[in-house]
Design a protein. Structure first.
Length: 125
C-alpha cells in the first residue's frame, strides 16, 4: 500500500474509537440500532471525509463505512446479555472505546478491509 493510501486508512481508523464515545454517556438509556448509528456518525469528526477525498474516497463513502461499523458493533453487543447497558453506563470515553474494540473486533477488521478496498479502488488498484 502506498504511503498516501496508508495515511488515509490510518485517518479513518483513528476515527473508530470515537464511534460510541459520545454514545456512552453515563446514562441508562440504550438507543435502538438506528439511533446508535446516527449518534455515532454525528460524533465522528466531519473532517475525516475531507482527509480521505485526496485518496478518492468521498465523505458519503466514509459515512457508509462508519455506519456499517457502528451497526456491526451494536449488533455484536446486543447479542451479549447486558453488554449494551454496560457500554452506555460508562462515563469514561476511553473505556467506551476499549469496550467497543474488545467486544466487536471483527467489526473493526471488516472496517479496515473495506477502507483499504475503497482507497485501492479509487486509486485504480
Amino acid at each position: 500500500m502506498s504511503r498516501s493510501r496508508h495515511l488515509a486508512t490510518s485517518a479513518i481508523l483513528a476515527a473508530v474509537p470515537f464511534l460510541g464515545t459520545l454514545s456512552g454517556c453515563g446514562g441508562t438509556d440504550v438507543p435502538d440500532r438506528a439511533e446508535f448509528i446516527e449518534k455515532t456518525l454525528d460524533s465522528v469528526d466531519s473532517g475525516i471525509g475531507d482527509q480521505l477525498e485526496g485518496s478518492g474516497v468521498s465523505s458519503a463513502q466514509v459515512r457508509k463505512l462508519l455506519g456499517d461499523y457502528a451497526g456491526c458493533a451494536y449488533d455484536q453487543l446486543a447479542k451479549k446479555d447486558g453488554e449494551l447497558e454496560k457500554l452506555f453506563a460508562l462515563e469514561d470515553q476511553n473505556e467506551v472505546a476499549a469496550k467497543l474494540g474488545a467486544q466487536a473486533p471483527e467489526c473493526a477488521a471488516e472496517l479496515q478491509k473495506s477502507i483499504t478496498e475503497q482507497i485501492a479502488g479509487a486509486a485504480g488498484g
